[in-house]
Ligand binder design. Structure first.
Ligand SMILES: Cc1cc2nc3c(=O)[nH]c(=O)nc-3n(C[C@H](O)[C@H](O)[C@H](O)COP(=O)(O)O)c2cc1C
Length: 339
């Protein structure tokens, strides 16, 4: 299932020559069997369970949100400090602190069901074993209030958090198992910490996933030089925010070339121009994360900026831009980054 256009189709001869729908209408796309009114979603771990933003931003006008990770058991997370600023973003080691499956079903999901009629909800799922993941999916599957699952195999902040995301056989087993227990959309959130993300993207497609999220945070560390101690209680954490934008765009592009699954592009997105880079690289949807902590209205800003862009360039459908990056003719530049 892909809405990705062929490279090079984007807006060719578009300016002024075609009637466009209004920019906001042009942002609508059908993916995972449903319509997304906007390509902009809120990223897991940066919007709680949705309710935290109630009254602050018009949640139901966005494309959707991805909940904080949900595990079978409640998790207390890592010791403080759990977050710190970095020169161009932040580092976090929350440690998948979450209320656990029972409370998610009884307390969090009803609010999402009652308040989000149009925005699409993905539940971010995490586990220590394949059985853990399968239990979360099986027990949630009959509930209402969400569209599908974002499978987190890429958290760098807990022991074993990237285990499934960096081991091809383990990931294949996990995705295959989950495919067997749900018909809802399964989106696998990939880690950047692998030599070739394309291998993992392809594998997810072969095992029956419906989509990919690229990317989770990069492992990093800050040191308090006066105390000679790590700033983060967990010692290391995941780096997010503007610093990771170029890596996120690159890895999204690599994943898009390796598979035909629709992609949610994530990493350092603050503006429509940031989001457009992910879209041209091959993402159909984007997620805004760290930017929300600076300005909760940034996701709406990205939505409005994309609508303006389409209107200004008379591009009738956002999907025309998906994967529409134009590359210089080979052999001048290969795929690999220059040294
Ligand atoms: C405080 C915080 C908590 C996060 N928690 C989760 C999580 O529970 N599950 C997950 O898949 N990603 C989690 N992430 C990763 C984000 O969803 C996103 O992939 C990453 O931050 C990159 O996007 P950004 O640069 O826009 O923040 C978290 C990120 C932050 C900053």
């Amino acid at each position: 299932m892909s809405d990705r256009g062929a490279p090079g189709e984007a807006g060719r001869g578009a300016a002024g020559s075609r009637r466009s729908r209004s920019g906001a209408d042009a942002l609508r796309q059908t993916l995972f069997g449903v319509e997304f009114q906007s390509p902009v979603l809120l990223a897991s771990g940066t919007c709680g369970y949705g309710r935290e933003y109630d009254g602050l931003i018009p949640l139901d006008e966005l494309g959707g949100l991805v909940t904080k990770a949900v595990s079978v058991e409640p998790r207390a997370g890592n010791p403080p400090h759990r977050i710190a600023e970095t020169p161009a973003g932040m580092i976090n080691a929350i440690g998948l602190h979450n209320v656990g499956l029972d409370r998610f079903i009884s307390e969090k999901l009803p609010w999402l069901r009652d308040h989000l009629g149009r925005a699409r909800v993905f539940v971010n799922v995490v586990g220590r074993t394949v059985d853990d993941y399968a239990e979360v999916v099986c027990r949630l599957d009959g509930e209402e209030g969400f569209l599908g699952y974002e499978i987190n195999v890429s958290c760098p902040n807990v022991k074993g958090g990237t285990m499934f995301g960096t081991d091809e056989a383990a990931l294949a087993e996990l995705v295959g198992r989950l495919r067997g227990v749900t018909d809802r959309p399964i989106v696998v959130k990939l880690t950047p910490n692998v030599p070739d993300i394309g291998v993992f993207a392809r594998l997810c497609e072969e095992e029956g996933a419906d989509g990919l999220s690229t990317i989770n945070t990069f492992p990093g560390m800050l040191i308090d030089v006066d105390r000679r101690r790590p700033v983060i209680g967990n010692v290391s954490g995941g780096v997010s925010g503007p610093a990771i934008l170029p890596m996120g765009v690159y890895l999204t592009w690599r994943a898009a070339r390796a598979s035909s699954l629709p992609i949610m592009g994530i990493g350092g997105i603050r503006t429509a121009r940031d989001a457009l880079q992910y879209i041209l690289a091959g993402a159909s949807l984007v997620q805004v994360g760290t930017a929300l902590f600076v300005d909760p209205a940034s996701a709406e800003g990205v939505h409005r900026g994309l609508a303006d862009y389409l209107e200004r360039h008379a591009i009738p459908e956002l999907s025309e831009l998906v994967g529409a990056l134009e590359l210089p003719a080979p052999p001048a530049h290969g795929e690999e980054a220059a040294g």
